[in-house]
Design a protein. Structure first.
Length: 353
């Protein structure tokens, strides 16, 4: 790091820094200002998700940043930023890709382009640096083989089964919303047309086969979930934490979606420099490998060499042959906003009491 600069000057300079890519001397100033702030508070970035645990540990050991997290959905994170404004209790959050533009529209994000900005694909970032994906995920099935003997490998298999399928809260969780989109891809729909998926899940609801339990590790471990629709990195993580032999993670062979998650730095953050340093570290080689250790595919994967033991945690590439990224992000942004109402009208209304 570069020479020591007086903290008052550093703070003034950093708060005025443009979103332009960080230079070495800016990084020195950023680290100094972040250390002075001494902590970073996050939302939706718990230790168990995408191995955030190691990143928070590294930020503490390397830069002296204390950390706390409150787990919540993407929609809840942005609502919290907007509601608290100058009384912000959170500095940074991790939201589904569709929520990046929403954060900008709500005026709750502040820009920061990290050093490796140019290695982030154009489809995965906001041109002003308000959001950028740090990692991608693909919708998968997590199957409890103790309860489900005939493991489903496609949405068609899922429809024929007798077990309960759990997707979570489509109205608030990016994982659940992308589960709907993945089913749409497999069933002939797209970003503009999720009717095939709504019909699919509506039928499950009519059969009493749609689970409303949140597909998180605590509920899975208790045996409350038979088949969960989750991101591949969550499914693999839960499987290995509970019992690798009891659970199977599969990418649906008839279609799935690859999307991702972006950090959002709260416009009103009390520790803005610590939040920027956190983003900087998350997009560094070390931070990207941390995410891969948590089964998430780093956004800079093609620029990294993953350790063999980390590579071995992931599913083989052949599983992903019919998974694809979102083609029309603008259309999906629009559909995402309508999805809570569509889900209520076409699916929840059919739930058996």
């Amino acid at each position: 790091m570069k020479a020591f600069i007086a903290s008052v000057v550093v703070s003034a300079v950093l708060l005025a820094l443009p979103a332009a890519q960080a230079a070495d001397n800016d990084l020195a100033a950023l680290e100094k200002a972040a250390r002075a702030e001494g902590q970073v508070n996050s939302v939706g970035m718990p230790d168990s998700w995408a191995n955030w645990k190691d990143t928070w540990s590294d930020l503490n050991s390397k830069y002296g940043l204390k950390h706390s997290d409150t787990d919540m959905s993407s929609a809840q994170e942005l609502a919290k930023f907007a509601a608290e404004k100058e009384n912000a209790s959170a500095d940074i959050g991790d939201v589904g890709a569709a929520f990046g533009p929403i954060a900008v529209a709500k005026g709750v994000a502040q820009p920061y382009k990290p050093t490796h900005w140019e290695q982030i694909p154009s489809w995965a970032k906001d041109q002003d640096g308000n959001w950028m994906l740090a990692y991608t995920g693909t919708i998968a099935f997590l199957v409890d083989k103790q309860q489900v003997k005939d493991v489903p490998h496609s949405w068609a298999d899922l429809k024929k089964g007798k077990y309960v399928v759990t997707i979570g809260d489509v109205g608030t969780a990016a994982q659940a919303a992308n589960g709907v989109l993945a089913a749409s891809y497999a069933l002939g729909g797209d970003e503009k047309n999720v009717k095939p998926a709504l019909s699919f899940f509506g039928d499950l609801a009519k059969e009493g086969r749609l689970g409303v339990t949140d597909p998180v590790i605590a509920n899975i471990e208790k045996g409350e979930i038979q088949v969960a629709v989750v991101w591949d990195f969550n499914g693999l993580n839960y499987r290995d934490q509970i019992d690798k032999n009891r659970y199977e993670v599969v990418i649906p062979s008839d279609g799935s979606v690859t999307s991702g998650y972006s950090t959002i730095i709260n416009k009103y953050a009390k520790h803005p420099n610590a939040a920027k340093l956190a983003r900087e570290y998350i997009l560094s080689d070390e931070g990207q490998i941390n995410l891969a250790k948590g089964y998430a595919r780093p956004i800079r994967a093609e620029h990294l060499t993953l350790p063999a033991d980390v590579q071995a945690k992931l599913l083989p590439q052949s599983e992903y042959k019919n998974a694809r990224p979102i083609k029309d992000q603008a259309a999906w942004d629009k559909t995402s906003k309508m999805l809570p109402r569509l889900w209520q009208e076409n699916v929840i209304i059919n739930m058996k009491q």
